[in-house]
Design a protein around this ligand. Sequence first.
Ligand code: OGA
Ligand code: NI
Length: 347
Amino acid sequence: MEKLFVSSWCDGETVPENYVFPPGLRPGDNLYPKSDIVVPIIDLGKLHGSDRSSIVTQIMEACKEFGVFQVINHGVSRETMDETRRMFSEFFKLPVEDKSKLISWDQDIVFGLFTSNYNYHEEKIHYWRDVFTQKCHPLDECIPYWPQKPDGYREIIKEYSVNMTELGSRILEVISEGLGIEPGYFGKELSQDTKVTVNHYPPCPDPSLTFGTSKHNDSSLLTILMQGHGNVSGLQYCQDGQCTTVDPSPDALVVFLGHIMKIVSNGKLKTAEHQSVTNKNEARESSAFFMSPTKDCVIEPVKALITPENPPLFKSLTFKEFMKAHNANRIIKENPNDVVKTFIIEA
Ligand code: OGA
Ligand code: NI
């Protein structure tokens, strides 16, 4: 079992065959590409002042054009961010004996530590990452199942979780305002299921051959990604086959729109395709806070956006049904966008 984690077997010299992506589908030598696309950085501190309408416009433009933006002055203190990064980082440094007790691939469990991906046992090629997911809702019911080590983990991650939920809710309010739909529309079942996925990408002897996570769109409504401490790049945003590196900045958080936002907005807003590569010399870490619908929530385009000129582009489905299709697609590992295509109503 201790040989399961990339961080425990990696010898610093070789990339095993079952981590090597086929030529044409691997990162190649251009590991930190820069395209003409610039992921906008939006100052949320100005949401309360006279610049409010300009900030709402910036957010909506980013949602329509990219499905991703970064936020600064977002109200989450640097201290909370740094302490959270430190906790996640120290968690992965715990002795294997401590971590082995927490291994699980069950997607319904509150806390599960695994490697590569949920479909590790079916996939032919693995991702170069150790990872855990941790449910955050309902918070007080989840906390007793969170790790007790490192010291202070539960307290600090509770604070992070509360902060992320508040920030996500504020951003969702702006998006509902920008779309001209009822305030609070996103606030209930559509975003209530919160969880964090923490990625640890150990140093990789040859990052050109393998991915930390290959191209995907999140299954969430909204994701808030915090890149790790230090200066290790690896995240890429991709559009129309072109990828651009989103360099880490210690104060910024990256906001991604997931598949669900595209469906609910009836295609008015984009969902961001993204991937991450590994680094030769240093480990990279990131935490993705996902805001997703509850299992029985019906996912469909907002009725207020449907007119004879704008008929619904997507079928109604429960989130449970959506996830079934999404997971099947992940096992086949085809174009991640196929999962959205399966829900398009054919004319
Ligand atoms: C994710 C993700 C990217 C990164 O966890 O969904 O896209 O930078 N992570 O680690
Ligand atoms: Ni993602």
